[in-house]
Design a protein around this ligand. Structure first.
Ligand SMILES: Cc1cc2nc3c(=O)[nH]c(=O)nc-3n(C[C@H](O)[C@H](O)[C@H](O)COP(=O)(O)OP(=O)(O)OC[C@H]3O[C@@H](n4cnc5c(N)ncnc54)[C@H](O)[C@@H]3O)c2cc1C
Length: 495
């Protein structure tokens, strides 16, 4: 089957299942997916886009995989995340790091038995600081297998996936604790050993099960992923590749929100005229178009520059900028559409309200945006120090990811950066830098011939946003946490 015929059929099938007569629609309040709907989706074999041709798939082309995420996201953000988890957090790592025989065996089951897979990193006591994880592994020579034990939670597809990638640190023996490096194991759920202790009542993304798992498993040596150097680098390669592909999950969903908002604002009359005729409404719709255009530019960048074979472990700046911008735009778009919808959008079964809830965790998982913004600034400052450059404009005008946008922002960037910034200022600057990068990608998309009106509007809006973000960065902010905030703080006493 060619990719084109797959994607055409997949789109039609999803449209029918979600929005056709009797379609379940993502706004269904049931958790999970009805079996018959899940089976019809999996009958399209969407995961074949992640699988290379030699294992029977469509090739694992990044742009095609992101187009599948886009088609999924137009109907349901949760479905797109489900497909993204399977691809970026399971299949791609297996393709790149599993032993040949294991890879063949596992991918064969994805292709023929409609299997699914997810990734367990997070533990109840270790989330953002995942490198401190306490899940431990030890090698048993007799069995030629690893024993892995610990507690993991919040893994997408909890209790449902046929395969898991499970991260752990090796026991050093002699009371020396756990190794600093990370190992990653493929676990076949048929072997047992994962006990779901609790299913969480996740706030949104109802389609996906989450929970807390006790892990006590034995994994054959051949099912351990084989890093090219150290395990932490392998984990970075996996997480960066996933972050780089986030726009695939965002783009279909943003287009859907834009379509919904335009239709509503054309049909809804307030004060005797269409909503779309109000200036502030136009501003919101134009903002949604900006989000759609920027996200398209991010998709184009990843699709062109990140083939599956490329090691992206050192692409933290690109990955963090793309992930943060995409997820902030997703949440902003949802908030804006809810405003435009008015009260009807605040129903639990309306796409606008649901979008606010469903898109929110994207700013938290796979690297909390606050932390990623700080890291963005750190990596730029590190490069500037190396080159002995102090002026931001001088650095960004010469840097591959920003020189096109920096040329258009010259005055705004013409200042020296203090290298001893406090964390909140690092976050502010990181937010601005990530927009400068996404503006650069937008210029590139425009040069390729994308709708010039959309590009021109998106560039204007991004410039304005960068101006505001830099003003925030430059303004002093020394507000401290007041420890004794209960003291002398009852307003009624001061009337
Ligand atoms: C819907 C959803 C899906 C998920 N899917 C998966 C999955 O498939 N697999 C998986 O392994 N995990 C998954 N997770 C877990 C997710 O990756 C973690 O929630 C995330 O890493 C944050 O960890 P935490 O929740 O323990 O928060 P914490 O580490 O406690 O952090 C909470 C907040 O504190 C702040 N913070 C933390 N550290 C710093 C710092 N150094 N500087 C400044 N601020 C800081 C940030 O605002 C951060 O958001 C998922 C979570 C959600 C909500």
């Amino acid at each position: 089957m060619s990719f084109n015929s797959f994607i055409k059929h997949y789109r039609e099938q999803l449209r029918e299942l979600f929005r056709g007569e009797g379609g379940i629609n993502e706004i269904s309040l049931e958790r999970g997916l009805p079996d018959e709907v899940y089976e019809k989706i999996m009958d399209c074999n969407p995961l074949q886009v992640w699988v290379p041709e030699e294992y029977g798939g469509l090739g694992g082309n990044t742009g095609e995989a992101m187009s599948m995420l886009e088609a999924s996201g137009y109907e349901s953000l949760a479905l797109s995340l489900m497909m993204g988890i399977n691809g970026a957090l399971f299949i791609q790592p297996v393709v790149n790091y599993a032993e040949e025989e294991t890879r063949k065996e596992v991918l064969d089951r994805f292709m023929n038995d409609r299997c699914t897979g997810g990734l367990m990193i997070t533990e109840p006591d270790y989330g953002s600081d995942a490198l401190q994880m306490q899940t431990a592994c030890s090698y048993d020579e007799e069995q030629n297998a690893y024993h892995v034990k610990g507690t993991k939670h919040w893994a997408g597809l909890t209790g449902m996936a046929d395969y898991w990638l499970i991260t752990a640190r090796e026991e050093q023996g002699n009371g020396n604790g756990l190794s600093r490096d990370i190992d990653i194991f493929i676990h076949d759920s048929r072997r047992g050993g994962i006990d779901v202790k609790e299913y969480y009542k996740n706030l949104g993304l109802y389609m996906l099960p989450y929970g807390r798992n006790e892990i006590d498993i034995t994994v054959p040596e051949s099912y351990k992923l084989k890093p090219k150097s150290i395990g932490i680098k392998m984990m970075l390669d996996i997480l960066h590749r996933s972050r780089l592909q986030f726009p695939g999950m965002g783009i279909g969903y943003m287009k859907r929100l834009l379509d919904e908002a335009v239709q509503h604002c054309k049909e809804r009359f307030v004060g005797g005229k269409k909503l779309l005729d109000y200036d502030q409404v136009k501003r919101r719709i134009s903002g949604l178009q900006m989000s759609f255009t920027v996200c398209s530019a991010l998709c184009a960048y990843t699709s062109k520059n990140i083939p599956l074979s490329k090691d992206v472990s050192n692409m933290s700046l690109e990955a963090n900028a793309i992930k943060t911008v995409t997820t902030d735009l997703m949440q902003e778009a949802a908030q804006s559409v809810l405003q435009l919808m008015g009260a009807k959008g605040y129903r639990l079964d309306h796409i606008a309200g649901r979008s606010v809830i469903d898109s929110r965790p994207f700013q938290i998982f796979e690297g909390s945006n606050d932390i990623l913004y700080q890291q963005i600034t750190e990596s730029v400052l590190k490069q500037m120090r190396k080159l002995k450059v102090k002026n931001l404009s001088e650095y960004l005008s010469d840097y591959e990811l920003t020189h096109r946008s920096a040329d258009r922002l010259d005055d705004l960037l013409d200042f020296e950066v203090d290298h001893t910034l406090v964390q909140r200022k690092m976050v502010d600057l990181g937010r601005a830098i990530s927009r400068i990068i996404s503006m650069d990608f937008t210029i590139r998309l425009g040069e390729k011939g994308f709708n010039q009106e959309l590009i021109s509007n998106a560039l204007k809006a991004q410039k304005q946003r960068i101006e505001t973000l830099l003003a925030t960065f430059k303004s002093p902010d020394t507000a401290e946490v007041v420890e004794h905030y209960e003291e002398n703080s009852k307003w009624i006493r001061f009337v």
